[in-house]
Design a protein around this ligand. Structure first.
Ligand code: COS
Length: 397
């Protein structure tokens, strides 16, 4: 190898490392998560109560600012830094990581579709975490087929009137600012979909139920009802009929957050299982000495690292592109990262439960919770079947 080739390889390798700042974020978040969140994760799961103390912690540590551009009170950090922070939170508690991921999800339509006045009005309190955001797209009859939403937006004088029901809205019952997608005319399909900001307390907006779920117990998943809910004209984000594209552009940027959550859950389960194998003894030796179990751990670690590389690469590509519609050859990386990381999380947490045997199946050990929490990452923000569709379309047209 020539010295020039060597230097080029060094540069390429450095490009794949986290920057010092990103490493610092990882260290600080890990410390924060292990000290303040990990000891309470089991309790959050047991009670199912929304962890306001975690929200307060994020406010104090200024973590919500990671979701917002600098011009609107945020930190203006890159997507990879946010992913690393979400990953580290999810390593100990997926619910805590989701608080941050959903703040991003709910803020993105305003960042991508809002005008200057709307951004100045709604983003700064989301950057401090004084207010929480939610993203309301899914309906009882419109999940994967997002263009089929039926929530109706009708203009009456200087108001928009919203009528309909949204389902499976993460943080819907605790959010102060909800971005609601409605159609001005269902016969227009995706071209009728329009985005609105609805604030908590608006007459006609209510929470009709909070779901009981397999996992993420402390993260409220709400059904929202809009019954003659009136909002001023300047609550519409973008033009009439631009809502579908705003939603798609949002999901292209938020799916790496789900991928990061899945990756963190997988890493947490792997770390726990490794510790257990070193401690637990059977047949007169540590479980870590059994080759069958060593091979399982080797496969788990390999999958986790492959997932991490794909996610980090996706984050870099998306960040380099900036805000605006991503070309298909980049948006497929968001879908690939979400697909791969969540499938890895499901496999790795299932194997972690297996490695702990009977102890893996009881709540005393966190891998039981991690396996339940991992499942949703294959489902929300677009099922993994939808991710495959996005990837295939970007390749095949
Ligand atoms: N960014 C911007 N615009 C996009 C886009 C993207 N990533 N993907 C599609 N569009 C545009 C298309 O260009 C098209 O606009 P034009 O007609 O002006 O060209 C329009 O949106 C409709 O696109 P398409 O025909 O591909 O839409 P489909 O109805 O086939 O739906 C999928 C596409 C399935 C990918 C979409 O409905 C989807 O992502 N579904 C999953 C929804 C989801 O994630 N739900 C979870 C909610 S959050 S928990």
């Amino acid at each position: 190898m020539t010295s020039r080739e060597g230097a080029a390889m060094a540069v390429a390798a450095a490009g794949w490392r986290l920057s010092e700042e990103q490493e610092a974020f990882r260290r600080l978040t890990r410390q924060l998560a292990e000290t303040h969140i990990a000891p309470r994760a089991r309790e959050y799961d047991r009670t199912g109560e929304f962890p306001w103390d975690v929200v307060q912690l994020f406010r104090e540590q200024d973590l919500f600012s990671l979701c917002i551009p600098e011009a609107y009170g945020g930190a203006g950090t890159d997507l990879l830094t946010l992913a690393v922070v979400i990953e580290e939170l999810a390593r100990v508690d997926a619910t805590a990581s989701l608080i941050l991921a959903v703040q991003e999800l709910g803020s993105l339509p305003i960042i991508l579709g809002g005008d200057e006045a709307q951004k100045r009005r709604w983003l700064p309190p989301l950057a401090t975490g004084e207010r929480l955001a939610a993203f309301a797209l899914t309906e009882p009859e419109a999940g994967s087929d997002a263009a089929a939403i039926r929530t109706r937006a009708t203009r009456r004088g200087d108001r928009w009137v919203l009528e309909g029901t949204k389902r499976f809205i993460t943080n819907g019952s605790v959010a102060d600012v909800v971005v609601v997608f409605a159609t001005v005319d269902p016969s227009l399909g995706h071209r009728g979909v329009t985005a609105f900001v609805v604030e908590k307390g608006t007459p006609g907006f209510s929470v009709s139920r909070v779901e009981e779920k397999m996992g993420l117990h402390a993260s409220p998943t709400a059904e929202l009802v809009f019954d003659g809910c009136e909002v001023p004209l300047d609550h519409r984000l973008g033009g009439e009929g631009e809502g579908f594209k705003i939603a798609m552009m949002t999901l292209d940027r938020s799916r790496p957050g789900v991928a990061a959550q899945a990756l963190g859950i997988a890493q947490g389960a792997l770390d726990y299982a490794v510790g257990y194998l070193k401690e637990r003894r059977q047949f007169g030796k540590a479980l870590a000495e059994f080759q069958g179990l060593q091979f399982m751990v080797a496969d788990m670690a390999t999958q986790v690292e492959a997932a991490r590389q794909l996610l980090y690469h996706a984050c870099r590509l998306i960040h380099e592109h900036g805000y605006g519609r991503l070309p298909a050859e980049i948006n497929r990386y968001a879908a690939m990262a979400k697909l791969f990381c969540s499938d890895v999380a499901m496999r790795v947490t299932t194997d972690a439960v297996q490695l702990l045997g009977g102890y893996g199946y009881v709540k005393e050990h966190p891998v039981e919770r991690m396996m339940r929490d991992a499942k949703i990452t294959q489902i929300y923000e677009g099922t993994n079947q939808i991710q495959r569709l996005v990837i295939a379309r970007s390749l095949l047209g």
